[in-house]
Design a protein around this ligand. Structure first.
Ligand code: ZN
Ligand code: ZN
Length: 364
């Protein structure tokens, strides 16, 4: 229970640091993080109100109060039930300063935010991911362990999939193999299985379909899922039988960009330096305009969460932060290459949570 008290305390402190009066969280990964309570988001309002100068309160539908009370952090906060027919937004308004600043989690239904704005016309609402982006960024030791297990299970999935036949099979068959293997290796479920073969690999988030994979194709494999509440996300690019023309040079650039990005990681370094280090390699190789996305994203209770590894993010790296390093080069009509590992910042450098070989792998 104390971990949730600590986390709500930290959220309150972060509000004070950001000149925010309160932080409100509807059912979402943030509520799960702060309270261990994970109900589905619904039309009836459930809202955790964390205030900088008062104790936290959970506004909850009366019929769900027993569920909330039984949650890991439920006994550590005041629960205020509301019954159908009462305006729950009025209940929330009694907890907040009428002219204050309130940070709201990104996953808050528009109906709820509009209800809150109606009950609190003087309050300025802000996006919590903008004003409190660091809330979940530094992981606890057991969170790091869960991410390590998820990474190892994704690595085992890759180790198995490269032993399967690619040539003559459809992308969506390989995607189904990836999904099955993720679960076999311990994931609760697979959340995404991108298989981009040949020209389809140039579409970074390609939805695997009926294209039959041929010898000489490059294939981008980007897959992950949830294990013990935390996510895996890794990408390897393989070739079938041998490389298509011009591929090896592109692969080398992405391989070295990924290594350069990871090598830039240590505590205190502004996050944008990781993006710059990776991007310098692809630029020097002549592909500046074909690396068309940020270098990475935080990962934890969500697949994509702060911190984002992007130019302009000057947040210093801290031990315990976890994120992806995933440069890519995409040549329309030909192929794509992406290599992605999840990493954790350590007290003096970096730990890769994905260990499967990054060197070019030829499959059959
Ligand atoms: Zn990915
Ligand atoms: Zn990713």
């Amino acid at each position: 229970m104390s971990r949730y008290v600590d986390r709500m305390r930290r959220a309150a402190d972060a509000c004070a640091g950001a000149d925010i009066d309160a932080f409100v969280a509807a059912p979402s990964p943030d509520l799960r993080y702060l309270l261990g309570y994970d109900p589905p988001p619904l039309e009836r309002l459930t809202l955790l109100v964390v205030r900088r100068d008062a104790d936290p309160v959970l506004i909850v539908p009366e019929l769900e109060r027993p569920l909330a009370a039984a949650s890991p952090g439920g006994a550590s906060i005041e629960l205020r039930g509301w019954v159908d027919g009462v305006d729950p937004y009025r209940e929330v308004s009694r907890l907040l300063p009428p002219n204050g600043r309130v940070a709201a989690v990104d996953r808050l239904w528009a109906s709820h935010l509009l209800g809150l704005q109606g009950a609190l016309p003087g309050v300025a609402f802000a996006s919590a991911s903008t004003v409190l982006p660091g809330l979940r960024a530094v992981k606890d030791p057991d969170e790091l362990d869960a991410l390590r297990r998820a990474g190892a299970a994704a690595d085992a999935t890759f180790g198995d999939v490269v032993g399967l036949r690619f040539a003559g099979r459809r992308e969506d068959e390989i995607a189904a193999d990836l999904g099955r293997l993720l679960v076999e290796h311990g994931h609760a479920r697979a959340d995404f299985t991108i298989v981009g073969s040949g020209p389809n690999g140039a579409s970074a988030h390609h939805e695997p379909g009926g294209r039959v994979i041929e010898p000489g194709d490059a294939v981008v494999l980007d897959f992950g899922g949830e294990l013990d509440g935390y996510y895996s996300d890794t990408t390897r690019t393989v070739v079938v039988g041998g490389s298509p023309p011009g591929f090896d040079e592109v692969f080398r650039a992405v391989f070295e960009a990924q290594a350069a990005g990871v090598a830039a990681i240590r505590p205190g370094v502004p996050i944008q330096e990781v993006d710059r280090a990776a991007r310098a390699v692809t630029r020097d190789a002549g592909f500046a305009d074909r690396f068309i996305h940020r270098t990475g994203h935080g990962i934890g209770l969500e697949i994509h969460e702060p911190p984002y590894v992007i130019e302009g993010n000057e947040t210093p790296l801290e031990a315990g932060m976890t994120f992806s390093v995933e440069p890519g080069i995409y040549l329309e009509g030909r192929f794509g290459v992406r290599i992605e590992d999840i990493v954790a910042v350590t007290s003096d450098g970096v730990e890769r949570l994905n260990r499967s070989p990054r060197e070019l792998r030829t499959v059959e």
